[in-house]
Design a protein around this ligand. Structure first.
Ligand SMILES: [Zn+2]
Length: 93
């Protein structure tokens, strides 16, 4: 079995498993009482529809900057020629 065959086998298994998980998700969502069959397959990989402050995007709830934005801010300040001593190290939390 060459590399291409192994790749095809892996892809076909992944697709098969995803179809299986979509069926399972549909059943679970029906069992929970959610009649939306079109929503269940979207959450098949994690079975989670939550978007509370713990699960959701911290940008939405706390207004955090992304890492890219923090880096861009630092680069911009350096580029403007500010004193490098005054640049605070950004916290990547
Ligand atoms: Zn949550």
């Amino acid at each position: 079995m060459n590399q291409k065959d192994r790749f095809r086998k892996r892809v076909s298994r992944r697709r098969r498993e995803l179809q299986r998980k979509k069926k399972l998700a549909t059943n679970i969502f029906r069992w929970r009482g959610d009649p939306r069959d079109d929503v269940a397959p979207m959450h098949a990989n994690h079975l989670k529809t939550c978007s509370c402050w713990m699960c959701g995007n911290p940008r939405k709830f706390f207004g955090n900057l992304t890492v890219q934005e923090k880096i861009a801010d630092i680069t911009e300040r350096e580029f403007e020629g500010d004193d490098n001593d005054n640049i605070e190290i950004a916290e990547f939390d």
